[in-house]
Design a protein around this ligand. Structure first.
Ligand code: SAJ
Length: 410
């Protein structure tokens, strides 16, 4: 049996490597030639702890290879981005492109699994797209010309992919009963988790629900942090205390919610049921408003300095990763530089060698190691609780104005 994984990003590539590690021949497909070349050399094009050895192993054994053309395979896994448009609707252009390429290869009997996070109904739409191009194929179970569609949303946490890819339970939704079973068999090759089979729409909604749950809980924490600021209460201590209750588990406040999932997926629910999804929308807006609150706080403190030096600690979207995409901290730093043209912003991000170009292009932003940045600073702004920042000594902060969005120095 052969498997083709379409889209070799944070999710597609580890999935391809895990399946290949079970001795199944996997063809990875990606639009980016440089990405394909890198993978064929056994190199991981992004940072993920402990993944490099697994990838190199399956590539050198010949079980995984990458290419830009979609080949014929017995099963396809589609793991392409599903970004949202300006009006918060899903943009399915990458799914459409994958559908077109897969459709041309099908002969009947194949399984096509959508892994990309998608609004309810997308897997059925993918099936429609393919059948439109290939009216000779059928969606009915058990015919010679049948093709089978399922949704199996990924749930791995970047940074813990090697563990979670193998151990997480998976929700698997078939468009038909047989397709759900076939997808379950495919995932059973590499997953030790429970494989829970349902229909495709429920599986799509389950993924959106999980990330919305987290978003709503973080919004609760972020709102609490603003309330506590006003009331002069330490929100970190408060949450710690409340979480001792056996049925309370509040997440942590911060400078906002970033990444490509939690800040996106709830919008798919809102778009599907705009009248009904009130709390989910409000939570999203609460988290999106948090960076503004942090910026205002810095501006307020900066008033007493003529040309303040601000040490901004961390611009990744969460701790101990190098991923700067959709990062609230990065946006805070950018906007501060613009709003405080006389200030000098010293950005410390130990997980990257260079700041991204859109930051280096700004005159009053400089990359600095965190000790020197703090030393030179009037205002120390803690944005991401990276492990090395936890080693910073209290004495280094004497005489500084400290704004700690992560409760590192409570
Ligand atoms: N954050 C907080 N407070 C917290 C936890 C997180 O402010 O207590 C912030 C982070 O700093 C970050 C954002 O939320 O900016 C998202 O980080 P995250 O660690 O919660 O999640 P992601 O985006 O890395 O991964 C999530 C995971 N989903 C859930 O935990 C329900 C992961 O399992 C999913 O696979 C992933 O989304 C995805 O791809 O959907």
């Amino acid at each position: 049996d052969t498997v083709s994984v379409i889209g070799l990003g944070y999710i597609g590539l580890p999935t391809a490597a895990f399946i290949a590690s079970k001795g199944i021949r996997v063809y990875g497909v990606d639009v980016k030639q440089s990405h394909v070349d890198q993978i064929n050399r056994g190199e991981v094009p992004f940072y993920e702890p402990d993944f490099e050895a697994t990838l190199a192993g399956v590539v050198h054994k010949g079980n995984l290879s990458a290419q830009t053309e979609t080949p014929h395979a017995d099963a396809y896994i589609v793991a392409v981005p599903t970004p949202f448009t300006d009006d918060h609707n899903v943009d399915t252009k990458y799914i459409e492109a994958a559908a077109k390429n897969i459709a041309a290869e099908l002969t009947g009997g194949e399984l096509i699994v959508l892994e990309s996070t998608s609004p309810p109904g997308t897997t059925e739409k993918l099936a429609d797209m393919i059948l439109e191009q290939r009216p000779d194929l059928s969606l009915e179970d058990g015919r010679q010309n049948s093709v089978y569609f399922a949704h199996a949303p990924e749930r791995v946490l970047p940074g813990r992919i090697m563990v979670e890819m193998a151990e997480n339970d998976r929700v698997i939704g078939g468009v038909t009963p047989r397709s759900g079973q076939m997808a379950r068999d495919l995932y059973a090759t590499f997953s030790n988790g429970e494989l829970l089979v349902t229909d495709a729409r429920t599986a799509e909604m389950a993924k959106l629900t999980e990330n919305s749950f987290r978003d709503v809980n973080i919004a609760f924490a972020n709102e609490l942090s603003i309330i506590c600021d006003k009331l002069g209460i330490d929100v970190w201590e408060l949450i710690d205390l409340a979480n001792h209750h056996p049925r309370v588990n509040i997440l942590q406040p911060g400078p906002g919610v970033g990444g490509h999932c939690i800040a996106v997926d709830p919008w798919f629910i809102v778009a599907a049921a705009p009248e009904e999804a009130k709390l989910i929308r409000w939570a999203r807006e609460t988290n999106d408003a948090k960076p503004k609150y942090v910026i205002n706080k810095v501006m307020e403190k900066a008033e007493r300095f003529k040309a303040p030096v601000v040490a901004a600690l961390g611009i990744a979207f969460k701790p101990d990763i190098d991923d700067l995409r959709e990062s609230p901290s990065l946006n805070i730093v950018k906007e501060l530089a613009e709003k405080l043209p006389d200030a000098k912003i010293l950005v410390a991000e130990p997980n990257v060698e260079q700041l991204p170009e859109d930051l280096t292009a700004i005159e009053n932003i400089h990359h600095e190691n965190f000790d020197d940045a703090i030393e030179a600073a009037d205002i120390v702004l803690m944005l991401v609780d990276h492990a090395p920042f936890k080693e910073i000594q209290r004495e280094q902060l004497d005489d500084k104005v400290v704004i700690d969005t992560k409760g590192v120095w409570r």
